[in-house]
Write a protein that binds this ligand. Structure first.
Ligand code: ZN
Ligand code: ZN
Length: 102
């Protein structure tokens, strides 16, 4: 695999993490490119934690809306990861005030 240029932030991304794992997304902004014929830009939309404790990034392709999951790299931007992890809590689909009257 060759290094690729991030379509979102322009960073030149090496094809493997420092640990030697294949890298599918930009470690700075976590955007990726759809690895099918689509080649659409993939936006990181959420973090999922597997039963094994591994963190996964969930990407959605802006072109075809397909969802993919990828393991988080050791040098991925932790600020972006944390922001994604807490986003559902910061923007709940219901008013938080409801908890006050329970
Ligand atoms: Zn990037
Ligand atoms: Zn796509």
């Amino acid at each position: 695999m060759d290094p690729f240029t991030c379509g979102w932030c322009g960073l030149t991304v090496s094809a493997a993490t420092p640990a030697g794992a294949p890298r599918g997304h930009c470690p700075s902004c976590l955007h990726a490119r759809h690895a099918t014929d689509c080649h659409g830009r993939m936006t990181p939309i959420a973090i999922a934690v597997l039963p094994t404790g591994d963190w996964m990034v969930i990407h959605r392709c802006v072109r075809c809306d397909e969802l993919t999951t990828e393991p988080v790299g050791a040098d991925d931007n932790q600020l972006v990861l944390m922001r994604m992890a807490v986003r559902p809590l910061a923007q709940p689909p219901f008013p938080l005030e409801a908890f006050g009257s329970l």
